[in-house]
Design a protein around this ligand. Structure first.
Ligand code: ZN
Length: 109
């Protein structure tokens, strides 16, 4: 189940009869996710968050707190950053020399 799956949103959508309102809810959720990724890029730029190994020994974002994640796990955030060709992510990755892009691609959801 990807992090994009939002049970609360799905429940609301199934109850909402108005298509325009459903579209609005989906767009709102999409925007919030995009903003969470944008915020993460800002953190990577300032060094508040770094790419590295987590306490569990997995590849992830060190210093990215739960509130800012909006439900994103590390692997899904990596995918989102790759998809948009994020310069902030590429730079952070270059700084974390021990971490290869291959390792990150293999991160589990
Ligand atoms: Zn995920």
């Amino acid at each position: 189940m990807p992090c994009d799956y939002n049970p609360e949103l799905q429940a609301r959508l199934s109850m909402e009869r108005d298509k325009a309102e459903r579209d609005r809810l989906v767009a709102q959720a999409k925007k919030a996710k995009a903003e969470a990724i944008k915020k993460l890029e800002g953190y990577l730029n300032t060094g508040k968050v770094n790419v590295g190994k987590t306490a569990q020994g997995e590849i992830g974002f060190i210093g990215w707190n739960k509130a800012d994640r909006l439900g994103f796990c590390d692997a899904c955030a990596v995918n989102a950053l790759k998809l948009k060709g994020s310069i902030a992510f590429i730079s952070a990755l270059a700084r974390a020399r021990t971490v290869s892009a291959v390792e990150l691609a293999g991160g589990k959801h």
